[in-house]
Design a protein around this ligand. Structure first.
Ligand code: GDP
Length: 372
């Protein structure tokens, strides 16, 4: 009988233990649902986004010092040649004006040439009045002396002390956002930048965050391949915030040096676009930092470029301008207008459609090439 009693007691104890265990709350939190706006791309590894471009060999990333300058490339052709129409236009008009010798007509023609080159009416008038006053005060009679003074005057429209180097992060992926109206040359500039960085041994990923424009990521994929960069993209119409989130994680996990973010550029719905850019920036800034927000302006748009620049500068925290298509316009003067009126530094200029056609901007070299 005692055996039976012991057996019954054991059954009661086991039953009680099981009951207590069932009532105890779970020690681990339930797995979190992903945030609603992160659309996970289809991919084999849950943590990493889809990579569509064949992966180039990724060398061991070296620690990047901060900040580092993007050194000027040794150009195959001089800037003077590359500026093409901008240079010919202004140089021809000026040589016509100066051909009169210092007289009333010369000053009128000089002012007209500057206005036609899109420097802006107010600035052109100011330069002419200034130059005239200085020439009179210094009793300059030779055209060459006045030309030299004009070059100084144009350079002085730029803040020559200003930092124009592109900033790299001290550690973790450097992030450069590229913003601007469609057609200005954002994608091309990203391709050129990626090629330049790769050439200098830096590892690069591109984030296809312009998910609104059909074929934007196909275009980017072509550039990625040409520039030996990797591409992170989602489906068309996906949330740009989700793309940059994945792209940043991807770049960080792979220890890549630079992440270049392509962004949407529609202007017809201005407010949502600026909101979108703000959101993309905030997604990155949750875990990293945007070192540069580069605004791409098409030099052929002339003074319209100024209007765009103002809108983007206010909303997108622009740190620098990339002025494209300077090879194909007579309106190179817009470079002077941008800095003089907006105070945003021009950091790079686009002088063609090829991979090599991107130059660091230097006011003196630019003015010399423009007037040469
Ligand atoms: P996005 O819409 O801003 O991405 O502009 P794209 O990069 O697609 O460029 C629009 C057009 O401008 C393309 O035909 C490019 O080849 C051309 N383009 C871009 N940069 C330059 C440049 O510096 N010079 C010239 N001549 N064309 C350029």
């Amino acid at each position: 009988m005692p055996e039976l009693l012991i057996f019954a007691a054991l059954i009661v104890i086991i039953g009680a233990v099981l009951l207590i265990a069932r009532r105890r709350p779970p020690t681990e939190a339930p797995p979190k649902e992903p945030p609603a706006d992160v659309i996970a791309p289809e991919r084999p590894e849950a943590a990493l986004p889809e990579v569509v471009v064949a992966e180039p060999e990724v060398p061991e990333a070296e620690p990047v010092e901060s900040p580092v300058e993007l050194e000027p490339k040794v150009a195959r052709r001089s800037l003077r040649e590359r500026l093409g129409r901008s240079r010919r236009f202004l140089a021809d008009r000026l040589s016509e004006a100066f051909g009169h010798g210092p007289n009333e007509e010369m000053w009128e023609d000089l002012e007209a040439a500057l206005i036609q080159a899109d420097i802006g009416v107010a600035t052109a008038t100011r330069i002419t009045v200034d130059l005239r006053g200085k020439s009179r005060d210094r009793k300059l009679t030779r055209v060459e002396e006045i030309q030299a003074l004009l070059a100084d005057e144009l350079v002085s429209l730029f803040d020559t002390e200003r930092e124009r180097a592109l900033v790299f992060a001290p550690e973790g992926p450097t992030v450069w956002m590229i913003v601007g109206v469609n057609g200005t040359g954002k994608t091309t500039t990203i391709g050129k930048l990626a090629a330049d960085l790769s050439e200098r041994g830096r590892t690069v990923a591109l984030a296809a965050a312009d998910t609104f424009r059909a074929a934007a990521d196909e275009q980017l994929a072509i550039w990625a391949e040409r520039a030996s960069a990797q591409l992170v993209k989602h489906q068309p119409g996906a949330d740009p915030g989700a793309v940059v989130y994945d792209a940043f994680q991807f770049a960080r996990a792979r220890n890549l040096d630079v992440l270049l973010v392509d962004t949407a550029g529609r202007l017809h719905t201005k407010t949502p676009l600026m909101d979108e850019l703000g959101k993309v920036r905030r997604v990155i800034e949750k875990e990293g930092k945007v070192q540069e927000a580069l605004l791409v302006i098409d030099a052929t748009a002339g003074q319209n470029g100024l209007v765009q620049a103002r809108e983007f500068a206010d909303a997108a925290g622009v740190t620098g301008v990339v002025l494209t298509k300077l090879d194909g316009t007579a309106k190179g003067g817009i470079a002077l207008a941008i800095e003089d009126t907006l105070g945003i530094p021009i950091k790079l200029i686009g002088v063609g459609e090829g991979l090599d056609d991107l130059e660091p901007f230097d006011p003196k070299t630019f003015v010399d090439a423009l007037l040469a």
